[in-house]
Design a protein around this ligand. Structure first.
Ligand SMILES: C[S@@+](CC[C@H](N)C(=O)[O-])C[C@H]1O[C@@H](n2cnc3c(N)ncnc32)[C@H](O)[C@@H]1O
Length: 375
């Protein structure tokens, strides 16, 4: 199988898959290849915090032209995988190939599937672009074509707990990835002082209590496959209840904006985590000093998507506040490399990540009593 993710999260995803029992793990670009059975495929969808989708390859063949594509797609016994009454969609990714249009590849694939059903059953499945039951994924690199069924359907970052987004929300998979990359060991409180719609807080809480990120979703595409095993699926869900952890520390969020605090609270309540996460309306620089060690992960404004009067001043203030009031590890994600320098603390680690199209650095600052300013 292939688990897709964002650039920079391949290693944490490989770790997650390994813990689930995946074998033959191979790290690819923005993806992890692995092998396992049907149970593992269901579990990867349900448990992997950093996977965007799980693909199950059906066939691999060589393509030199449109005929090769059509004929090889038509050779796959599609009726074994899904019922003609189901709707489907095709997603194509191409690079370095004889084809120069991915929509054309998707259209040819769709034609071959529809023609095959017509010839075999005298009926054809319908296409649904918005909400297909079945998603076929075609990946062509040079002359190699891999045809897969997408077992997730809607991408796995669509967890199902978000009611409202703020102005610049971080993606759920990226938020979970940051929590895992930080190696937070749950022995400290967790704080996002610029929490916006609460994504990082919710992902941190799901991790802290070992709640599966798929817990809120009703639908995964594999449920529409001919071989769907509802008993196995029920078993995975029931087993997950036994895996919840106790978590002794606090998860706290703050934001300068009243509106964002309300949005965060509504999302947190929808995720049924309102007893586990506290939200305060407060500017970070006005927060009270924290005596114990705390783990901070935050996504301040970058000035790209959010206009802040003076981004440099804001980052200086973040640094000063950290030095004066906090001890522990503070992680900041930002696309503004210059502003990050003005935090005025020596970075202990810098991890390249992308927030949507924006190239960012996820930077770790170790804050201890008397942290010194860098030149
Ligand atoms: C990029 S958004 C955070 C988005 C968030 N990670 C999410 O997923 O929705 C930055 C947030 O920082 C808040 N903010 C800006 N300046 C602040 C300050 N000095 N103290 C606290 N919050 C601040 C903004 O109101 C905004 O909600």
């Amino acid at each position: 199988m292939i688990a897709k993710t964002f650039a920079g999260l391949e290693d944490v995803l490989a770790d997650e898959l390994k813990k689930l029992g995946a074998e033959k793990i191979e790290i690819l670009k923005r993806a992890v290849k692995f092998s396992g059975d049907k149970k593992l495929m269901y579990e990867a969808n349900y448990w992997c915090r950093t996977a965007l989708r799980i693909l199950k390859p059906l066939d691999v063949f060589e393509v030199n032209n449109e005929k090769d594509l059509y004929n090889n797609i038509k050779k796959i016994k599609w009726w074994r995988y899904f019922d003609v009454e189901k709707t489907f969609a095709v997603k194509a990714n191409i690079s370095n190939t004889v084809f120069n249009n991915s929509n054309f590849v998707a259209l040819k694939t769709k034609d071959a599937v529809v023609d095959l059903f017509r010839e075999k059953l005298d009926k054809r499945p319908s296409i649904s672009r918005e909400n297909p039951d079945i998603v076929i994924n075609v990946h062509i690199y040079k002359n190699d074509c891999t045809v897969s069924l997408d077992s997730s359907g809607r991408s796995l970052d669509k967890r199902g707990y978000k009611l409202f987004n703020g102005e610049a929300p971080v993606n759920e998979v990226l938020a979970a990835g940051m929590v895992l990359l930080s190696k937070w060991d749950k022995t400290t409180d967790f704080f996002d002082p610029m929490c916006g719609s609460g994504t990082i807080l919710i992902e941190a809480a799901l991790f802290a209590y070992n709640i599966p990120p798929g817990n809120y979703r009703q639908n995964f595409a594999f449920m529409n496959w001919e071989d769907f095993d509802p008993i196995l699926w029920e078993k995975i869900i029931k087993e997950s209840y036994l895996k919840f952890f106790d978590f002794e520390h606090k998860i706290i969020g703050g934001d300068i904006s009243q509106k964002m605090c309300v949005i965060a609270y509504k999302n947190i309540k929808n995720a049924k985590l309102h007893k586990d996460i506290e939200i305060y309306k407060k500017a970070f620089e006005e927060t009270f000093a924290y005596n114990d060690k705390v783990t901070i992960i935050t996504n301040p404004p970058y000035g790209e998507r959010l206009k802040t009067e003076n981004i440099i001043e804001l980052y200086k203030q973040i640094g000063d506040t950290l030095k004066k009031k906090y001890i522990g590890n503070a992680w900041i994600i930002s696309s503004d490399m210059n502003a990050l320098k003005h935090v005025g603390l020596k970075p202990a680690k810098k991890i390249p990540l992308y927030n949507g199209q924006l190239e960012c650095r996820f930077v770790k600052f170790e804050v201890y009593k008397g942290s010194r300013k860098t030149k």
